[in-house]
Design a protein around this ligand. Structure first.
Ligand SMILES: [Zn+2]
Ligand SMILES: [Zn+2]
Length: 355
């Protein structure tokens, strides 16, 4: 077992648009926790939003906060009640801590736990730092066939799985997805794995439409050119957060079908006849429960491919760069390596991006 330092470096959001490196104590695992040395952390839209706006809805950053909630690592130490044989295990972390005793937790809906502590959601620190602690059953061992980056991206994959489960995707279904960002592309792969016969993806960005075709999407639609009305999708999943896309998706869903809102949008005007007279189920997801074993299996089996989504890799000193990016079309998933200070060429470090 390698020596565990007493302090570590963390990248801390200290205010809107302000990230600083700080020395922090290395957390000590409680009896039921493991200490994880963080290997790879995905940058999520929510991290970017906290950096740029200091809040998401009711969650306000009013004290320094470590961002990052999509992570893999290696178990560096264990609490008193955890099997010491886990030290050295590579793990993907489910970045949440439910209370385990409330009605929601006891019913299995722990994502709805009112006492949930979720990484990188104020005031709970996240993973843009060298070490984190998590309850041992939320650290999932990953096989060698799953890379550090893919291990981190089991988190957005979990979002895709939760959306597909909520939509009730079945063998033979026609699934419409709005938005060709990381979540849309991951959701398309999950829809295929769940048995969808057709996966149609809409995005106004031609580069993203083209890319989506490599990930299980059977057809793409440019919503500026072509209507999806009458598509008769069994399931529509919004991964865009764009109001016109949500409205079009509702119209494109067949009677009795299900609409799952995954992207974050504010209020939208809703056509009541489109929903009521066609008995649509309009629902959403808030994070996930019990998805890591499924996510791990889908990647290990090759049904979902995540490594090629990574377009940029940064070191811990470059978190600000990772959060702001260059807005280029070819940016899909950005990764931070907390164990590395600087990466000279973020695109080359990602494997030269896709070709
Ligand atoms: Zn995320
Ligand atoms: Zn609870």
């Amino acid at each position: 077992m390698s020596e565990i330092p007493t302090t570590m470096t963390a990248s801390v959001l200290t205010g809107i648009g302000s990230i600083v490196l700080e020395e922090r104590p290395v957390p000590v695992p409680a009896a039921d926790e493991v200490l994880v040395r963080v290997l790879s952390v995905g940058v999520c839209g929510s991290d970017v939003h906290y950096y740029a706006h200091g809040r998401i809805g009711e969650y306000v950053v009013d004290q320094p906060l470590i961002l990052g909630h999509e992570l893999s690592g290696v178990v560096a130490a264990v609490g008193a009640d955890v099997d010491p044989a886990r030290v050295g295990e590579r793990v993907a972390v489910e970045p949440q801590r439910p209370c385990r005793v409330c009605d929601f937790c006891k019913a299995g809906d722990y994502n709805l736990c009112p006492a949930m502590e979720f990484y990188a959601t104020p005031p709970v620190d996240g993973a843009f730092c060298e070490y984190v602690v998590i309850q041992s059953d939320f650290a999932f061992a990953i096989p060698d066939s799953i890379s550090d980056h893919s291990g981190a991206l089991l988190e957005p994959l979990s979002v895709g799985i939760a959306g597909a489960q909520k939509g009730g995707i079945k063998v033979g279904d026609r699934v419409l997805i709005a938005g060709g960002g990381p979540i849309g592309i991951i959701t398309a792969q999950v829809a295929k794995a769940f048995g969808a016969a057709e996966v149609i993806l809409t995005d106004i960005n031609p580069a993203r439409r083209e890319l989506a075709l490599r990930y299980g999407v059977t057809r793409t639609v440019d919503p500026a050119q072509e209507s999806t009305d009458g598509l008769d999708a069994h399931v529509f999943i919004d991964a865009s957060g764009a109001i016109p896309a949500i409205q079009a998706g509702i119209r494109a869903t067949r009677p009795g079908g299900t609409v799952v809102l995954v992207g974050s949008a504010d209020e939208i005007p809703l056509s009541v006849p489109d929903v009521a007279m066609r008995e649509l189920n309009v629902t959403g997801i808030f994070r996930y429960t019990g998805t890591w074993p499924i996510a791990r299996q889908l990647v290990a089996d090759g049904q979902v491919e995540l490594d090629s989504l990574v377009t940029h890799v940064f070191g811990l000193e470059q978190v600000e760069e990772a959060l702001t990016g260059d807005g280029a079309d070819d940016s899909l998933k950005r990764i931070v390596l907390p164990g590395v200070r600087r990466v000279e060429d973020p695109v080359a470090a990602a494997g030269g991006a896709r070709s």
